[in-house]
Design a protein around this ligand. Structure first.
Ligand code: NAD
Ligand code: AHE
Ligand code: ZN
Ligand code: ZN
Length: 369
């Protein structure tokens, strides 16, 4: 079949809309018609050429929601008409990682996924007979996409797909990092670096965890209003201080925060996020994704004296098991998503979504198919 898709031909170049060939689902695979997809900073990161796993040409996008239109042989857990959210962190339920009880990082198809391929080592997308690569196993910047069954969370049909698509990455990642990875306790002091879709969702998570003080940090003060609406108690612009931001936060908090989160993707702010943690117990979670060759540094003394450095992917959330519950929480008003959708546009305007992100004017742009 043919599908309309935004193709990333090479790093640093705008996407172009093409009528791409899409092979139907093979055994264990599912054809999904996307209804909506968010544009996450990680899409921009890979498009920039900074992602060591970035392959081109590719169809980016990993924050989608849609409807099952065809299932391949042996598929039993979803059927035609089901509403689904694609999972870049699948859940096979059988690999050593899934069975460990310690991680959401299912590895069943991670190797091929990282190469832009389906689990059988081939691509379903092509143009003029030449393969176009998948991205994060999801490729949601296409009206139709093919995914492995294990990479789909079946969700409540009553949920608006143009909103819950953001549970495919940004919103879930931020909330999950607080609740699953850091396990923030009531009464805690929290700092979040970066107030995009992910960082603002960290604030939501911190409110759900009943944190007492939530310090929101960004160099774009336009983000502060929404941060406060979501529950931030303090907003800080590092540019307003001569001292390093970690020293500023330590001074504000009688020795440092209990938990910090980095949701920017810069190694310097990762360091600041660790070093603003309280001696003896402060824990910092890296969410932001940094480019090829970049490394984090700090004095080992920071860790010797009790600070902990962690990382979180997709908020530690097991998608097939837990994401339907996130959708229900949204339906009950316990998780906010609507406020995050600052712009909507058709696929044809997708490059505008990247511009708005880089200009700091959007929280999330949602592409409507
Ligand atoms: P975004 O672009 O919407 O937001 C980033 C925010 O950081 C912006 O508000 C920007 O003003 C702010 N910022 C930039 N430089 C700063 C600085 N020096 N100090 C303070 N603030 C600064 O991005 P997003 O979609 O929210 O994603 C955030 C990061 O998280 C990205 O690196 C993305 O790739 C990553 N990410 C990781 C996961 C995961 O599972 N680990 C999931 C989603 C996104
Ligand atoms: N390909 C990059 C790493 C990118 C990365 O860390 N991705 C996150 C999700 S970001 C979503 O917006 C993730 O899930 N990581 C775990 C994994 O297995 O990829 C690189 O540096 O190679
Ligand atoms: Zn993402
Ligand atoms: Zn698994």
């Amino acid at each position: 079949m043919k599908t309309r898709a935004a193709v990333a031909w090479q790093a640093g170049k705008p996407l172009t809309i093409e009528e791409v060939d899409l092979q139907g689902p093979k055994a264990g695979e599912v054809l999904v018609k996307l209804v909506a997809t968010g544009v996450c900073h990680t899409d921009a990161f890979t498009l920039s050429g900074e992602d060591p796993e970035g392959v081109f040409p590719a169809i980016l996008g990993h924050e989608g929601a849609g409807v099952v239109v065809e299932v391949g042989d042996g598929v039993t857990s979803v059927e035609v008409g089901d509403h689904v959210i694609p999972l870049y962190t699948p859940e096979c339920g059988q690999c050593r990682f899934c069975l460990s009880g310690k991680t959401n990082l299912c590895q069943a198809i991670r190797a091929t996924q990282g190469q832009g391929l389906m689990p059988d080592g081939t691509s379903r997308f092509s143009l003029d007979g030449k393969p176009i690569m998948h991205f994060m196993g999801t490729s949601t910047f296409s009206e139709y996409t093919v995914l492995p069954e294990i990479a789909l969370a079946k969700v409540n049909k009553a949920a608006p797909l143009d909103k819950v698509c953001l549970l495919g990455c940004g919103v879930t990642t931020g909330i999950g990092a607080v609740l699953n990875t850091a396990k923030v306790e009531p009464g805690s002091t929290v700092a979040v670096f970066g107030l995009g879709g992910v960082g603002l969702s960290v604030i939501q998570g911190a409110v759900l965890a009943k944190a007492e003080r939530i310090i929101a940090i960004d160099i774009n003060e336009d983000k502060f209003e929404m941060a406060k609406q979501l529950g931030a108690t303090d907003c800080v612009n590092p540019k307003n201080f001569d001292a390093p931001i970690q020293n500023v936060i330590v001074d504000m908090t009688d020795g440092g925060v209990d938990y910090s989160f980095e949701a920017i993707g810069h190694t310097q702010t990762m360091r600041a996020a660790l070093e603003c943690c309280h001696k003896g117990w402060g824990e910092s979670t890296i969410i932001g994704v940094a480019g090829a060759g970049q490394e984090i540094t700090t004095r080992p003394f920071q860790l010797v004296t009790g600070r902990v450095w962690r990382g979180s992917a997709f908020g530690g959330v097991k998608g097939r098991t837990e994401l339907p519950g996130y959708v229900e929480q949204y339906m009950k008003g316990e998780i906010k998503i609507d406020e995050f959708v600052t712009h909507t546009m058709p696929l044809e305007d997708i490059n505008k979504a990247f511009d708005l992100m880089h200009e700091g004017k959007s929280i999330r742009s949602v592409i409507l198919f």
